[in-house]
Design a protein. Sequence first.
Length: 162
Amino acid sequence: MVSLLKGLIYVRGDRTVLAALQFLATACGAIFAGAALYINLVEHPARLSLDTAAAVAQWAPSYQRATLMQAPLAVAGSLAALGAWLLGGGLVWLTAAIFIGAVVPFTFLGVMPTNRKLLASHRDRASPETRTLLQKWGWLHGVRTVLSIIAAALMLWGLHGV
């Protein structure tokens, strides 16, 4: 039992847990950044090439599915990076945790008001206002993309013992 517990908790001098947290943080951060970049460079521009009603009709289920993937990645990546910092991984891991973690409050405070307007049942899905909201959403999502790319780059840098 003691050896099992020893394997599950951080033992001073044992870098296994630190390495696992760094790997988990980097994987989550990189996957989030890659997905976010794909949305900004490929999916959203393709969506905006459609007429407005079709674009918002495509955006709604895409947004809901992406949320199920991206929210856990941001939270897990942030917590793992924070754990890596706490276990002595260096300031780069705290900085990375802040950047990837920042996408969560930014989503709630910056992106959700636009999401709610786009998802409103009374919305005229073909209106110029809806088109403007979709364009705004793309820019707001771009902020999440930049935050996650910075976090992923810091994590990759941190893997090299900075």
